[in-house]
Ligand binder design. Structure first.
Ligand SMILES: CC(C)(COP(=O)(O)OP(=O)(O)OC[C@H]1O[C@@H](n2cnc3c(N)ncnc32)[C@H](O)[C@@H]1OP(=O)(O)O)[C@@H](O)C(=O)NCCC(=O)NCCS
Length: 229
């Protein structure tokens, strides 16, 4: 074995066995860390589910969409950020509308075998009324229509609400992206929904722990959320 290979093997062994333990969100096969139990979260409000209409985002929806974005995230996307991603041919924006008012939106990319959510938010005034649930149901419906198999997204490790929400929607945390966000150097969890329930084995170590992944290949796009959300 060459000296260079030996050194990289040593670095790998060091990295693998000596790095500090990672706190995974629950939804992985690991035990949930105590701070992520649902007990700390407000119970479901009495609000009944609000039936929304989910349709394509059009230019005139931008002011309301930006308003939700600003309410939902501490470091929100600017209008140019929306326009920039929406100009891409494989990028789609959808809004949830209730009573002629935009109450949620999602931006996602179409890939050959999957949908990649880039941004997703519900107006805080309408939280816990199953609007997020209906938006995800719409995406899952598209999966089966379009013969795609999975939906993926990155969520900030501090965004526990979103982790709980996506777990409830059937997503599982499959990767940790260290220092993924440029703004806060925070890590991200990649969460994945699959029509085929099992997560591919190559994403796990023999101990069935998610493998850490280099941030390259994933784009930092989910804005920073407000903790009070
Ligand atoms: C995450 C978010 C989209 C959820 O939208 P929502 O319309 O309020 O979600 P729903 O009402 O469909 O919730 C479905 C389930 O998710 C879970 N959930 C949602 N919000 C929760 C909260 N604050 N605390 C605990 N569980 C929560 C619950 O199990 C809920 O079911 P229940 O209300 O019957 O208990 C919304 O909180 C949001 O916009 N957050 C800010 C933006 C954000 O973080 N986006 C994700 C970026 S990765």
């Amino acid at each position: 074995m060459s000296f260079r290979k030996l050194v990289s093997l040593e670095i790998f062994v060091h990295e693998f066995f000596h790095r500090p333990p990672i706190v995974y969100p629950f939804g992985t096969s690991l035990e949930p860390p105590p701070q992520l139990t649902t007990l700390e979260y407000p119970p479901r409000q009495e609000n009944p589910a609000l039936k929304v209409q989910i349709r394509w985002l059009i230019r005139s929806d931008m002011p309301e969409t930006l308003d939700i974005e600003r309410k939902a995230f501490e470091l929100p996307w600017m209008e140019e950020d929306f326009l920039c991603v929406l100009r891409q041919r494989n990028c789609i924006g959808m809004v949830a509308e209730y009573n002629h008012r935009i109450v949620g939106f999602m931006i996602y990319e179409l890939h050959k075998a999957k949908l990649h959510i880039l941004n997703f938010a519900v107006d805080p005034e309408f939280h816990r009324q199953a609007i997020g649930t209906q938006m995800i149901a719409k995406l899952v419906d598209k999966l089966s229509q379009q013969r795609r198999q999975e939906i993926v997204l990155e969520v900030r490790e501090s965004n526990l609400t979103a982790q709980i929400f996506f777990k409830k929607m059937g997503f599982r945390a499959v990767l940790v992206l260290r220092s993924h966000y440029d703004d806060t150097d925070e890590s991200a969890y990649v969460m994945r929904f699959s029509l085929e329930e099992e997560t591919p084995a190559f994403l796990f170590t023999p101990e069935n722990k998610p493998i850490e992944c280099s941030p390259t290949g994933y784009i930092n796009r989910i804005a920073k959320f407000y903790k009070s959300a």
